[in-house]
Design a binder for this molecule. Structure first.
Ligand SMILES: [Zn+2]
Length: 488
């Protein structure tokens, strides 16, 4: 097997996605993990071969060639290459230049090769046609000229396996101290619930379709964290928390998101600006001008501040229907929204479809989110939007019992589906909007791009962009618990 073929086979065999914050690949749910090319060995992605994909391993998703790369910011590449049957091995790792560290990494690599070779020899006794492959490559980040974050990523597969075994291994190295950095020196493990909330929120943001399918998140994700320039990557192997058809994943959390949970002394980005909005939340309604309520679900996210910027610039407010488990991680954003007169209400703790839950669980979804918002921003609105807008008699009964009213919508931008700023802009601006509640999601860049046009245009047309509470209050009647409000 030549190396080009090996590189091409990534496209067929590794159902893993590279997902990083701020990366254009965030929409590419099926994006393949970069079939990182070996420096000096394969500089370009190999052509796809005509070999049929093995059963259960194929994917219709084309490989995204822009993702073909190896990042090697420090160290010299070392390789274990073996093209002899039955095991084809192509395993790369860096040599850092600190013997104690290099020995550990080389031993890890050699063990993978030796174990596979041994297993293949055993299988060969019963199946003379068996073939196997190891393909492991790496990214090495040099952070702040002092730390190295090394991620080894790849797979081991042979013809008797239903799907490849993914390898994820991370090493974090302190060049100054000439030592490995333990994971609990990077993240404050006493705050792991917080980080887990961020991770879970990110997964839901990336794969909203999998809401309710997330497995129980224990501490195993802490095994595979790696430093990079903007935060840490968390590597999740196939089937860890998410349905296995999504393959292995890399999720990036930024220093800003991690806040105080990131404890490595250096290597931190600057803290976000916490300055409060200057707008007063006081009532300034003009009955001669139209009014509209923009609502944003599923956040807060890294896109929310930009929406707040626009609202502040054009003198509007909005309603943010937040996922409870994201509130703590974005406490500054939540506080800023409230300070500038926008309102923050619940959208469940973890985006579960409430109609599938027991009364007790619905209650806990609502109350935990209400409490998180109250603790973070000091606001106590008994108002929420049900995930998916899904409501049944059970949901209504619990809402009534707890005194919560529900927010629906009358204009659905379907921004989660189109992910297209023009389409979102059109979905909003083609309506008569006076008194309407507009449904958007502040978790997509395309929605932010749409808002860059929608908010100034609404302002120019004289619309008063206001919170749902305020829009509904214009009707004069108090809100009733258990009732869904879809427009003024
Ligand atoms: Zn939602």
């Amino acid at each position: 097997m030549n190396l080009r073929v090996t590189a091409g086979r990534w496209a067929f065999f590794l159902l893993a996605a590279l997902i990083t914050a701020g990366c254009a690949a965030r929409d590419a749910h099926g994006a393949l993990f970069p079939p990182v090319a070996a420096r000096g060995a394969v500089s370009e992605p190999g052509p796809e071969t005509d070999e049929p994909a093995e059963a259960g391993l194929s994917t219709d998703e084309p490989a995204d060639e822009s993702l073909y790369h190896t990042i090697s910011e420090y160290g010299e590449p070392e390789a274990i290459i073996d093209n002899s049957a039955p095991l084809h091995c192509y395993l790369l790792y860096p040599k850092i230049g600190i013997p104690d560290i290099d020995n550990v990494i080389a031993e890890w690599a050699n063990n993978i090769y030796k174990d596979a070779k041994k297993e293949m020899a055993g299988l060969l006794a019963n199946d003379s046609k068996i073939e196997g492959e190891i393909n492991v490559q790496y990214n090495a980040y040099l952070v702040e000229d002092r730390y190295i974050g090394l991620e080894e990523v790849g797979f081991y597969s042979h013809s008797h396996l239903a799907h490849p075994i993914d390898f994820f291994k991370t090493f974090n190295i302190d060049l100054e101290g000439k030592k490995f950095i333990a994971n609990d020196e990077i993240l404050d493990f006493s705050r792991q619930a917080e980080v887990l909330g961020l991770l879970e929120g990110r997964l839901l943001e990336l794969f909203p379709d999998t809401a309710g399918q997330l497995g129980d998140m224990d501490g195993s994700w802490l095994e595979s964290i790696v430093l990079n320039h903007t935060g840490v990557d968390i590597l999740l192997t196939r089937g860890m928390y998410l349905p296995s058809y999504l393959g292995s994943l890399k999720v990036q959390l930024t220093y800003e998101e991690l806040g105080g949970a990131f404890i490595l002394t250096s290597g931190k980005g600057s803290a976000p600006d916490l300055s409060e909005g200057a707008l007063s939340p006081e009532d300034t309604f003009d009955p001669n001008r139209p009014a509209v309520a923009l609502t944003f679900d599923d956040g807060p996210s890294r896109f929310t501040p930009r929406i707040l910027d626009l609202l502040e610039e054009y003198g509007g407010t909005a309603t943010f229907c937040v996922i409870g488990n994201r509130v703590k991680g974005f406490s500054d954003v939540v506080q800023r929204a409230v300070a500038q007169g926008s309102e923050v209400i619940g959208h469940s703790w973890d985006h579960k479809q409430l109609t599938n839950l027991s009364g007790e669980s619905i209650e806990s979804e609502l109350v935990s989110t209400y409490d998180a918002i109250l603790e973070t921003a000091g606001t106590d609105l008994k108002l929420y939007r049900a995930p998916y807008g899904a409501i049944n008699a059970n949901v209504t009964a619990v809402s009534r019992k707890l005194g919560f009213s529900l927010v629906g919508w009358s204009v659905d931008t379907r921004d989660w589906k189109t992910r297209n700023a023009d389409a979102v802009h059109k979905a909003i601006m083609s309506n008569k909007l006076d008194g309407q509640i507009i449904l958007c999601h502040d978790v997509y860049e395309s929605t932010v791009k749409a808002m860059e046009r929608v908010i100034p245009e609404l302002a120019a047309q004289g619309y008063q962009m206001m919170t749902v509470s305020k829009l509904l209050a214009l009707s004069g009647a108090p809100l009733e618990a258990g009732t869904v409000y879809r427009h003024r």
